[in-house]
Design a protein around this ligand. Sequence first.
Ligand code: SF4
Ligand code: SF4
Length: 76
Amino acid sequence: MLLFYISRFKKIIEDIKMVKIIIDPKCTGCETCANTCPVMVYETKDGKAVAVKADECLVCRACEAQCPEGAIQIIE
Ligand code: SF4
Ligand code: SF4
């Protein structure tokens, strides 16, 4: 039972620390974000950027700054 509560507590802490990456539907799939990100957070699926490794984001905000459509929002 104690282990259950410890794992629940760890999950809550991880969720609080998790960076949210919001990609607007106006994304054109240009892959600038994928080519900019130093830790390869992005992949392109069906012509749109997808943050497949958001948990590894360093919050450097390079993708936000470089996206030509202003389609990326990084929320801490
Ligand atoms: S840089 Fe912007 S427009 Fe280009 S793929 Fe990434 S989110 Fe989409
Ligand atoms: S903020 Fe930096 S580390 Fe995070 S997804 Fe964008 S480019 Fe990658």
